[in-house]
Design a protein around this ligand. Structure first.
Ligand code: ATP
Length: 453
C-alpha cells in the first residue's frame, strides 16, 4: 500500500518526529527541512544500506568523504559555471528556451507567444565567501553534486589503494542547489543529500557497465521495499542529456505528487577526468572537454596490453537520499482496517530501515523488578548492534503499540509479572500483530532473525 496523498506523509512525519520544516519557529525557509529523532535514524539506515551494497559487499569500490566547499575552478572545469548561469525561461507554446534578459517585451522570439515560464536563474549554485573579507575576491561554491571531488581525488585514491579500472569510488553527502521553486515536501529542496558512485571503466566497455548498474540499482530499490510496479527506468532523450552524458537512464518513481526522478544513472564518458586532467593533449579524449590550464595532475591510467595511457569512462548511479526516503516512506505507509471496526496506521518498513528496531516495554512502570528486567533486556539487544532499541516507559501498552506501528518498529517486547516467574516475554509483531511468548534466553536470536535475512 502507499499513501493516498503527500499530506498524509507530511502529517505523519511531523507527528512522529521524522521531518520538520527547517527554521520553523521563525517561519521557515522554503526548500529546507530538518530530520527529527525518527527521521535521522531512517535516513542513516538508508545510507547505511546503500554503503553496504556499494562498498562492503563488493571488492571493487572505495569510499570517500570530501569537502562540501568547492574551489570555483573545479566547477568551471566541470561545466557548471557555464551551464548554470543565466536566467532562463521556457516558452510553453513551442517549448523553446531563452535567456530572460534577452527577450523583448517578454515575447518568445520563435513563435511570438507570451505564454512563458517564470525566469529561472540557470546558476543553481550557492556561493560563499572564504576568509574574513567578503569582497568577492575569494569565494567557494557549495557543491551542487557530490561527484566532482571524486574526480579531483581520483589520483589520490588510485595511488593509495592500487585500484585499477574497472573500479568505483562511492560517496554520500550534502549537495546544494538554489532551486527556484522548491516543492513537494522533501522531493525538491535546496539542501539535500546524494549517494553517488563513480564507476571507472575502459572505453568500449561502458555500455555494458551502464546496463549492469541500471539493473543493479533497480534491484537495490526493491530490496529497500520499493515495489517494482512503481519504478520506471526511462531512457533520457538525446536532446535532453546533460552536457557530459552519452546516455542516461532515469529511474522514475510514482511519488504521491506524480512520477518523477528518484535516481539517474549516467554514462559520463571521459568528460570528467578529461576535463580535470593536466596535459589533455597527451590523451585521446573523446568528449568535448573544457581546456584545462590549471590542473597539476595527470588523470590517465595505463592500458597495460597496449602500453598506452587513456582517460577512463565513468558510469554514475546518482541517487537522492531525501527522495529515496520519501519513496520508502510512501511504500511503507499503510492504513489497515481492524476487526473492531477501527483502523491503524502502520509503516511496514523493511526492518533494516526501521528507525527503532525494538521497543522494550515494562508492563508495570512502578514495579522495580519489571523495570530493571526491561532495562537489562534493552541493553542486551542494543549491544547486538542492529540499530536503536528503546526502553519505553511512557503511556499505556495500547498507545505504545500504536506509536510503534506508526514509526515502523518491527517488534515490541513486553516484560510483565510472568517474566519474573518463567523468564519469558511477550513479543508482538508489527505486521501480523500476533503475540507470542519467547524465552529470554532465546530472545537475542529471535530478534536478530528480523534483520539478518
Ligand atoms: P531533477 O531533474 O529532478 O531536477 P536532476 O536530473 O537535476 O533532477 P541529478 O543532477 O541527476 O538530478 O541528481 C541526482 C539525484 O539527486 C536525483 O536523481 C535526485 O534524487 C537528487 N536531487 C537532485 N536535485 C534535488 C533536489 N533539488 N532536491 C532533492 N533531491 C535532488
Amino acid at each position: 500500500m502507499t499513501a493516498s496523498s503527500m499530506e498524509e506523509l507530511v502529517s505523519l512525519c511531523k507527528r512522529r518526529g521524522f521531518i520538520f520544516k527547517s527554521n520553523d519557529i521563525y517561519g521557515g525557509i522554503k526548500g529546507l527541512y530538518d530530520y527529527g529523532p525518527m527521521g535521522v535514524e531512517l535516513k542513516n539506515n538508508l545510507k547505511q544500506a546503500w554503503w553496504k551494497s556499494m562498498v562492503y559487499e563488493r571488492d571493487d569500490v572505495e569510499g570517500l568523504d570530501a569537502s562540501i566547499l568547492s574551489a570555483p575552478v573545479v566547477l568551471q572545469q566541470s561545466g557548471h559555471e557555464d551551464t548554470f548561469t543565466d536566467p532562463l525561461v521556457d516558452c510553453k507554446s513551442c517549448k523553446s528556451r531563452w535567456r530572460a534578459d534577452q527577450l523583448i517585451d517578454n515575447t518568445c522570439p520563435e513563435c511570438k507567444s507570451n505564454d512563458l515560464t517564470d525566469p529561472r536563474p540557470f546558476n543553481l549554485m550557492f556561493k560563499t565567501a572564504i576568509g574574513p573579507v567578503d569582497d568577492g575576491s575569494s569565494f567557494a561554491y557549495l557543491r551542487p553534486e557530490t561527484c566532482q571531488q571524486i574526480f579531483t581525488n581520483f589520483k589520490n585514491i588510485t595511488d593509495s589503494t592500487s585500484r585499477v579500472v574497472p573500479f568505483g569510488i562511492a560517496q554520500i553527502g550534502k549537495a546544494f542547489r538554489n532551486e527556484i521553486t522548491p516543492r513537494n515536501f522533501i522531493f525538491r529542496v535546496r539542501e539535500f543529500e546524494q549517494m553517488e558512485l563513480e564507476f571507472f571503466v575502459k572505453p568500449g566497455s561502458d555500455d555494458e557497465w551502464h546496463k549492469y548498474w541500471v539493473d543493479k540499482r533497480i534491484k537495490w530499490w526493491e530490496a529497500q521495499g520499493v515495489s517494482k510496479k512503481n519504478l520506471f527506468p526511462v531512457d533520457v532523450e538525446q536532446n535532453e542529456l546533460s552536457h557530459y552524458s552519452k546516455a542516461t537512464v532515469d529511474i522514475m518513481y510514482e511519488f504521491p505528487h506524480g512520477k518523477e526522478e528518484l535516481e539517474g544513472i549516467a554514462n559520463r564518458t571521459d568528460f570528467d577526468l578529461g576535463s580535470h586532467t593536466k596535459n589533455q593533449k597527451d590523451y585521446n579524449i573523446s568528449s568535448d572537454v573544457k581546456k584545462n590550464d590549471h590542473s597539476t595532475t595527470k588523470l590517465g591510467v595505463q592500458n597495460l596490453e597496449e602500453k598506452t595511457s587513456y582517460i577512463p569512462y565513468v558510469i554514475e548511479p546518482s541517487a537522492g537520499v531525501d527522495r529515496g526516503l520519501l519513496a520508502v516512506l510512501n511504500e511503507a505507509y499503510t492504513i489497515e482496517a481492524l476487526e473492531n471496526g477501527k483502523s491503524r496506521t502502520v509503516l511496514k518498513l523493511k526492518p533494516h530501515l526501521s528507525p527503532i528496531k525494538a521497543a522494550v516495554i515494562p508492563l508495570k512502570k512502578n514495579n522495580e523488578e519489571i523495570v530493571m528486567k526491561a532495562k537489562t533486556l534493552k541493553n542486551e539487544l542494543q549491544n547486538l548492534g542492529m540499530g536503536r532499541v528503546i526502553f519505553e516507559n511512557s503511556g499505556n501498552i495500547g498507545k505504545n503499540y500504536r506509536r510503534h506501528d506508526e514509526i515502523g518498529t518491527p517488534i515490541c517486547i513486553t516484560v510483565d509479572f510472568e517474566t519474573l516467574e518463567d523468564n519469558s516475554v511477550t513479543v508482538r509483531d508489527r505486521d501480523s500483530m500476533s503475540q507470542e511468548r519467547v524465552l529470554v534466553k532465546d530472545l537475542s536470536q529471535y530478534y536478530q532473525k528480523y534483520f539478518i535475512k
